[in-house]
Design a protein around this ligand. Structure first.
Ligand SMILES: O=C(O)CCC(=O)C(=O)O
Length: 291
């Protein structure tokens, strides 16, 4: 449940400028040790069950979409005090969670450690990048990656980005087929760090070539309510019922289809809360981030 203590974590002008210009934002210590422990335990439970079901081996990666309803610890991140105010600061109030996925990335098999392979550089949202006629493409959504394990050193399955590439509709890759494009860098962060990125930022996963550190990460994608969900959004009924109105908004609840295009107050309780507590963010237009 949002309360006035959230307001101390609103997006600052420097953060807005950084996100607009560089396409990402790093929020250190977004999670404290207790919450990290709770989240890692929830990831481990889900991962063990998933591995058993798939018969996965010790070097196999877990990619698990639509995980958010699988544990109360995950749902609590939806409107997390240290990050959520920055989400509404960047996108405005007509938002919801359109996608979530988690990754558990153990070290690759020793014989694969030296392999040179191109990273999978992409912008998010698939066909959106082909069918939007506007250039540069519009922002539309962002993701937060919560890094739960130590990624201060490259080679541990770090998330890679090309800062400032979010207004580029195409990416030129080196012709040798394996090197990274100019400006590419691994995101090296401590456990508990949240990394926001514009869906257009060119980014990639990378192999974990370390000897023993398994990477664990949670990605939360927020977008406008008129964007279709990318997940099935399998939220247990009891969890939906327990959620307060703003969480329900974030989980995709609406008065009806048109409530996603022309929202009433009941569709967007976040706007009501902002009107009362942060009127400058309740305005009707998103002035930030226009290209
Ligand atoms: O797992 C990663 O580091 C990359 C995630 C990614 O590519 C994405 O969220 O689109």
């Amino acid at each position: 449940m949002l309360d006035p203590s959230y307001l101390q974590f609103c997006l600052t002008e420097d953060e807005r400028r950084h996100f607009d210009e560089r396409g990402f934002l790093v929020v250190e210590d977004a999670l404290d040790a207790e919450n990290l422990g709770r989240l890692v335990a929830a990831v481990d439970r889900l991962d063990s069950a998933h591995r058993a079901e798939k018969g996965a081996g010790q070097h196999d990666q877990t990619f698990f979409a639509d995980f958010v309803g699988r544990d109360p610890a995950f749902i609590d991140l939806l409107d997390w005090r240290k990050t959520f105010p920055k989400v509404w600061g960047l996108l405005g109030w007509n938002i919801y969670l359109y996608h979530s996925h988690l990754g558990v990335n153990p070290p690759v098999a020793p014989e694969q450690r030296g392999e040179q392979k191109a990273l999978g550089w992409h912008q998010d949202s698939g066909r959106v990048n082909v069918e939007m006629e506007e250039h540069p493409r519009p922002r539309l959504s962002l993701k937060i990656g919560y890094f739960l394990t130590d990624l201060t050193t490259p080679g541990r399955g770090n998330f890679w980005i090309i800062p400032g590439s979010h207004r580029q509709d195409t990416l030129e890759k080196p012709t040798d087929g394996v090197s990274n494009p100019p400006g590419a860098m691994p995101v090296c962060v401590r456990p508990g760090t949240a990394v926001f990125f514009d869906r257009r930022l060119w980014h990639s996963a990378s192999p974990n070539t370390s000897e023993e550190t398994t990477r664990k990460v949670l990605f939360f994608g927020y977008g406008y309510r008129w964007i279709r969900p990318k997940d099935d959004m399998t939220i247990p009924e009891a969890m939906m019922e327990r959620a307060d109105p703003i969480r329900r908004q974030l989980l995709g609840w609406a008065t009806g289809a048109n409530g996603r295009y022309s929202p009433t107050d009941a569709d967007v309780p976040l706007r009501g809360w902002l009107k009362e507590h942060r009127p400058e963010d309740a305005r009707n237009v998103v002035v930030a981030g226009r290209d």
